[in-house]
Design a protein around this ligand. Sequence first.
Ligand code: PLP
Length: 452
Amino acid sequence: MTTIDAPARTVGGPDIVQERRLVTSIPGPLSRALMTRKTDAVAAGVGATLPVFAAAAGGGVVVDVDGNSLIDLGSGIAVTGVGNSHPRVVEAVKAQLDAFTHTCFTITPYESYVAVAEALNRLTPGDHLKRSALFNSGAEAVENAVKIARHHTGRQAVVAFDHAYHGRTNLTMGLTAKNQPYKNGFGPFAPEIYRAPLSYPFRDGGIDGVTAARTAILQIEKQIGAENLAALIIEPIQGEGGFIVPAAGFLPTLLEWSRANGVVFIADEVQSGFGRTGAWFASEHEGIVPDLVVTAKGIAGGLPLSAVTGRADIMDAAQVGGLGGTYGGNPLACVAALAAIESYASEGLIERAGDIGRLLIDRLTALQASDPRIGDVRGRGAMIAIELVDPETDAPDAALTARVASAAHAQGVIVLTCGTYGNVIRFLPPLTIGDDLLTEGLDVIAEALATA
Ligand SMILES: *Cc1c(COP(=O)(O)O)cnc(C)c1O
């Protein structure tokens, strides 16, 4: 078909000027026209946070089809940690395109897949013998982690936690906590999934982590029985659930109990991994060494790739042919991952995430001091959030949150919300973003809060 209203095209990557610049109102006329086509052509269930269409992106800036430059504080949900269209990633993918696009690793394997597995085995917590398997999406990797844990243990039950988000496929919808919009009307869900209470310091009265874990463990023992439990899956810092950082001691106590009971401990680091929190993996902040680690999002600089990495005896349990898929560990995604991993390591991006975190926390706690609607400022590294509440009661204020986010969007700042109660604004900038751009983005948020 012909393209009407041909959008402006710009070359992305390092040539994109790192600035916020609005040349039309948001959305501009070309984005509005494309949104009409989207409504007519794309299923309504596939939403869009912003009403603008992207034409190009580089580093921490997205340029829309009308020529507006937006500050990216979302990284496409923690994906472009190395910055959008990072030159190293672009170069690697271009070279791979010239070599071959696909063979299927389970037909004729290729080196880049093995090299990604080696890197994951080296970088994930613990120096034990490990293996990895690659997939396409976070949800697919979570599904495979559960498959592997069930095969290894010969048990069926799986525990996930309150506020958890693990994806939108059938099994992962079951693991995900929040009904709207993720589960409503999509049942029945897979059996043998159970939910346990989480440590949520802002809303549980500040119960210490060990006590909160003991409460969860007691519930698991009484309602399921450890002998039936294949795996416990948890995000070390929750993503969609609201950037909830459990109290110190919560994760180690759960891990210790899992070990003692032959339960596979799965850390879902899909959002928190790859330098995001100021360490390669968020598990490191609590000193835990999970049995299996699930990764995706930040792994490959924007290409679709995910992985399960873990103890060799668990990972090797499944029979040949039991794991895999047509595209899992696609060669373009694998070379992109190797390039991204090289960038995280050689460009000091893990340390940079810590600096970004300090800047965010300083600014947001200063805002909080004069604005009691900011109930909580939390997170680690470049994974920071504010929870907006009614100052009198601490009741979640989702309406205020939506107003602040859309005011920021209208001013050219891409910012995302999250949380079970829809009242959390989360900051996930690319780790390559400059202080100037980040500060300008926060100025816009502050202004949006002041006027909302
Ligand atoms: C995004 C996410 C997933 C699902 O990943 P997809 O690639 O969207 O399937 C799973 N777990 C966590 C913690 C996530 O943030």
